[in-house]
Design a protein around this ligand. Sequence first.
Ligand code: GAR
Length: 201
Amino acid sequence: MLKVCVCVSGGGTNLQAVMDAMESGAVTNAEIVRVISNNKNAFALERARNKGIDAVAVSPKDYGDRALFNEALLKCVDEAAPDLIVLAGFLVVLPPAMITKYQGRIINIHPSLIPSFCGKGYYGLKVHEAALARGVKVTGATVHFVDEGTDTGPIILQKAVEVLSGDTPEILQRRVMEQAEWQILPRAIDMIANGQISEYI
Ligand code: GAR
């Protein structure tokens, strides 16, 4: 059984999709052992607790400096002893020590077709604002392994989504979630849990 730790910052709809997929059997051989948020008020924590999953907040506000926060975050992850860390809307720059320690065992969902609209400053609604400003007709989502860069690690899955006339960033964000993110994130976890990804160590 693959032990999964999910890191979240906000609403947690991707977390919900993963939990639902585990419940329905769309994801097998995997269980969520802990959900961690940098935001105490994240609704994602409530979603986890509603399912009886251990949910913990580690907020930078509670620590004197970044190094102390990084240490606390890594400790919180280590305690869960995960085989896989899933960043599901986790808007925190990961501690370098965490990336080194869990190399090849951290995945992220990004709401665009990497390498478009990714990297520093591209997160959440900003990604969709940029896609609309550029006038692309197709966007989508990407699940990738996390390395030292921002959105630079090996790509696992991508799914394209149409941009329609009249789209606002919010409408496009919702379509990308429904048609891409909520499908490919659970699928990537299932593939890893069932030994279908060769890069996975
Ligand atoms: C999702 O759209 C996710 O792809 C994005 O944040 C949102 C979180 O929503 N992540 C990034 O932009 C990372 N660069 P959720 O909390 O409802 O899952």
